[in-house]
Design a protein. Structure first.
Ligand code: SF4
Length: 94
């Protein structure tokens, strides 16, 4: 975890995957589309603001987290599918 509002950042052998908590509204398209199960879903922290919590609840009550970044193959399906532009994938070996 880092302090600039980005969470779930961990490097794999070639790619790093991050979810911006400030943007993510819990639509979970990354979780559903990732072919190698990089993401999981978890309940939001208790201190999540009520507006954000309402959006998350509307989408099922869970937020995506990066749990298996070393599996990422860089297909970019998660980045392209996220309506909130909350997912970042970048080369970690350059
Ligand atoms: S780029 Fe592809 S493999 Fe990597 S996390 Fe996104 S959907 Fe999964």
């Amino acid at each position: 975890m880092v302090s600039n509002g980005m969470t779930s950042t961990t490097s794999g052998p070639e790619f790093a995957v991050a979810i911006d908590r400030a943007r993510c509204d819990g639509e979970a398209k990354c979780f559903r589309l990732c072919p190698v199960r990089v993401f999981s879903l978890e309940r939001p922290a208790p201190d999540l603001g009520w507006v954000k919590r309402a959006k998350v609840v509307l989408h099922g009550g869970r937020l995506a987290v990066v749990v298996n970044p070393s599996a990422c193959i860089g297909c970019m399906a998660c980045v392209e599918a996220c309506p909130d532009r909350a997912v970042y994938v970048f080369r970690s070996d350059s």
